[in-house]
Design a protein around this ligand. Structure first.
Ligand code: FMN
Length: 168
């Protein structure tokens, strides 16, 4: 089975997870940033890594996904929210909708990734009544995100995709 691992990463979090997953893939698998625009046609399983941007996979990842048809797909992403939050679940659900009609989704994984400090600063400038204004809870979440992806996240991602590959 030929495996392609494509990732889109703006600040390096998703890239770090991608490189971790790549380590457990069989020899001959291909790892590439989305910008390389590798043709998915010659692969059987395509694992796509994205970062969450406004509640869905980022634009580069989405654009790449739209060109894939008739493949087995694994999805993984990093985001600022907790991976078990409603926001995370919704972001994954919305992302899956892009590929699930033309392909078969066989695995998925999400973990937190540190949030660009520019974004945190922008949130801090918002008035208290704004839906994205910084609260004690948001501050705590941004602080927790700043520790991710960590070794534990990478191990979990490796385990998800290792199990997946052996099950196919
Ligand atoms: C412009 C922008 C929008 C973002 N939107 C979301 C979002 O909607 N939900 C979320 O949980 N995290 C959001 N994040 C946080 C990123 O998804 C998170 O930091 C991710 O790990 C970045 O991945 P990267 O380092 O691979 O680029 C956003 C970050 C930026 C910079």
């Amino acid at each position: 089975m030929k495996i392609l691992l494509i990732y889109s990463s703006k600040t390096g979090n998703t890239k770090k997870v991608a490189e971790g997953i790549y380590k457990i893939l069989p020899e001959g698998s291909v790892l590439a940033p989305v910008e390389d625009n590798v043709n998915p046609e010659e692969f059987d399983l395509i694992i796509i890594g994205f970062w969450v941007d406004k509640g869905i996979a980022d634009e580069k990842a989405r654009k790449y996904m739209k060109n894939i048809k008739g493949k087995k797909i694994g999805l993984f992403g990093t985001l600022g929210a907790y991976p078990d939050s409603e926001h995370a679940k919704k972001s994954m659900r919305r992302t899956k909708e892009i590929v699930e009609y033309e392909n078969e989704i066989v695995g998925e994984f999400l973990c937190q990734g540190k949030i660009d400090s520019k974004l945190t600063k922008n949130f801090e400038k918002l008035p208290p009544n704004h839906p994205h204004a910084m609260t004690e809870e948001t501050r705590k979440r941004h602080e927790e995100a700043s520790k991710h992806p960590n070794e534990d996240d990478i191990e979990k991602a490796q385990s998800v995709f290792k199990d997946l590959i052996y099950s196919l």
